[in-house]
Write a protein that binds this ligand. Structure first.
Ligand SMILES: [Fe+2]
Length: 257
């Protein structure tokens, strides 16, 4: 049996388990061959064509825009572990899922319910990458709101203090579990809301994130254990409102209401 056939058989056997988790595990190569080498073998088969742009799987982690040792109340160890393991893991998994989808979508015999497992993983990993990149990019500031964002908070919540109380209450409602709080400009309704999100796939449609807070335990457990509220307080002190303002300006121009 040729290497090409071995690779293809391995891919099909893996996905035929019906378990996306096992599918991802199979992408951790132990035989020294790269994922690209395997994909190259698959797309050279008579049943396949060029790699789809949507499934190139070439996402790269964005570096931190701040010195992780200089945040207030959030340790360098916590930030680096979060960036490297959780965010970095999401980028690597998204690439693996996309590359696998490129192969699987060309397999006409694959049952849709099995393909659906991998499509779910595509949504999970995409959400995780996007939200983590917003989260890290809105850290590293002095926590003092101003400009366009402050105007919007006053417009939609009455005052900065009322907005902050609602944002923190929403966050603390997720303490001890998982999820995100997303201050978003909804491009459909034109409104500003602090959206509660249970996981990476749980976003209000058309919500353009302005400020993102990670409430998964991995975002604070190293520093605060189960004391999620203390982490929320520390997060507020490190918000980079300049980035929030930049997003708010861009969202205003893209209003689709
Ligand atoms: Fe996270």
């Amino acid at each position: 049996m040729t290497k090409k056939n071995i690779s293809r058989r391995r891919a099909i056997e893996t996905i035929a388990t019906g378990s996306a988790g096992l599918a991802l595990a199979s992408l951790t190569r132990v035989d020294g061959a790269s994922a690209n080498e395997e994909r190259g073998a698959i797309i050279s088969s008579p049943q396949t064509t060029a790699v789809a742009n949507a499934f190139r799987g070439q996402h790269q982690p964005k570096p931190l825009s701040f010195d992780a040792a200089k945040l207030k109340g959030l340790s360098e160890k916590l930030i680096k572990s979060h960036w490297e393991n959780n965010y970095g893991g999401a980028v690597r998994a998204l690439n693996a899922v996309e590359q696998r989808l490129d192969a699987m979508m060309k397999d006409k015999d694959l049952p849709p319910y099995i393909y659906g497992d991998l499509k779910r993983e595509e949504l999970v990993r995409t959400g995780s990458v996007i939200l983590h990149e917003h989260y890290f990019a809105n850290l590293g500031g002095d926590g003092k709101a101003g400009g366009k964002a402050l105007d919007l908070l006053k417009q939609w919540f009455g005052s900065y203090e009322q907005w902050e109380a609602e944002f923190k209450r929403t966050a603390n409602g997720l303490g001890g579990g998982s999820g995100w709080v997303i201050l978003a400009h909804n491009l459909y309704t034109g409104e500003l809301h602090n959206y509660w999100a249970w996981d990476h796939m749980h976003n209000a449609p058309m919500g353009r994130p302005l400020l993102v807070l990670d409430m998964y335990e991995h975002a604070y457990h190293i520093d605060y254990g189960a004391a999620a509220a203390k982490y929320v307080d520390a997060f507020m002190q490190n918000i980079k409102w300049e980035e929030v303002n930049r997003r708010a300006e861009a969202a205003g121009k893209a209003n689709l209401a």
